[in-house]
Design a protein around this ligand. Structure first.
Ligand SMILES: Nc1nc(=O)c2c([nH]1)NC[C@@H]1CN(c3ccc(C(=O)N[C@@H](CCC(=O)O)C(=O)O)cc3)C=[N+]21
Length: 291
């Protein structure tokens, strides 16, 4: 068996076309969505993400505001900037690139963002809203994974889903979204016993462990759908958390790295910015961009 390739790059491009159409419709009402990205320090990989986010934001017709602060910026200065962005009506979405330098308290920074502008969905209010089934801003990577899974499998209800990884930015919100779609969800992590056996029972595997080629082909139930969230640098190449070369002979469908989840994350950031703009203006949520 050879797995179907899940083309996240193409899906994301299509999503951005739909977003651009909605942005054009808002333009007629005199509304232009604005996304502010804040980058603290000069992590070269982070700079790449911020740049490509900035370019795609403009491509869909939104305003992109970039703020670069030096790595030794005091936390109070960052909080002051967030305060100004919260108060700025031209800014509908605020993204503070993670990880932050050591002197910063990440939770304090995230929770300083106006939850209505929290397009990463990391604010404690959005986390609680997602967990209790209320209208929330939903983290971009899990939202992108959910869109790909629904597109591949249709109704997820009753499917067994294994999420490998328990981070606040991927694993936990991914589990919440799958649960909302009535999947039977297991969260595995570095202390999980018999991970290969758990994997073999899963119709859906979402791998977000941060270890290259961690999930082996012979751990996968034949025909399962495998979503690889990992982005690991191997020299000048990117590789995922799934051993693609063995997994592709067993899975029913699998996302490649690059070209799978990564582009969906950025497209969902734009989707969330559009959703935040609609809500800020008392308009209904745009169709098909929220869970
Ligand atoms: N507050 C915050 N929100 C984030 O969403 C966030 C963050 N901080 N910090 C850094 C990580 C990383 N991240 C990526 C998004 C897209 C690609 C992406 O598009 N990757 C391409 C390849 C890019 C390349 O070739 O370098 C792909 O997988 O095909 C990668 C990584 C978002 N992050």
């Amino acid at each position: 068996m050879t797995a179907r390739l899940i083309d996240g790059k193409a899906f994301a491009a299509d999503l951005r076309v739909r977003i651009a159409r909605e942005v054009a419709a808002l333009e007629k009402r005199g509304i232009t969505p604005g996304l502010a990205a804040v980058l603290v320090g000069d992590n070269p990989a982070s700079q790449v993400y911020v740049r490509s986010k900035g370019r795609m934001t403009q491509e869909v017709g939104m305003n992109s505001f970039e703020h670069r602060l030096s790595a030794d910026t005091p936390q109070a200065d960052l909080l002051a900037l967030i305060g100004r962005l919260n108060a700025d009506s031209a800014v509908n979405g605020i993204l503070v690139q993670l990880p932050l330098p050591r002197q910063m308290d990440e939770s304090a920074v995230i929770n300083a963002i106006d939850p209505a502008k929290d397009v990463d969905g990391f604010h404690i209010q959005n986390v609680g809203r997602l967990a209790t089934g209320q209208k929330a801003m939903v983290p971009c990577t899990p939202l992108g994974c959910l869109m790909l899974l629904r597109d591949q499998m249709g109704d997820l209800s009753g499917k067994s889903a294994l999420v490998i990884g328990r981070s606040n930015i991927v694993g936990k919100p991914m589990a919440q979204l799958l649960l909302r779609d009535s999947a039977t969800v297991t969260i595995a992590h570095s202390r999980t016993a018999n991970l290969p056996d758990l994997c073999r029972q899963a119709d859906i595997i979402v791998a977000a462990v941060g270890q290259p080629c961690f999930v082996q082909g012979d751990w996968i139930k034949p025909g399962a759908t495998v979503i690889d969230v990992g982005i690991n640098r191997a020299g000048d190449r990117l590789i995922g958390d799934v051993d693609f070369d063995t997994a592709r002979h067993v899975a029913g469908a699998i996302t490649p790295v690059p070209g799978g989840v990564g582009p969906m994350t950025i497209a969902c950031l734009l989707a969330n910015t559009l959703t935040a703009t609609a809500r800020a203006n008392g308009l209904p949520d745009p169709e098909g961009l929220t869970p």
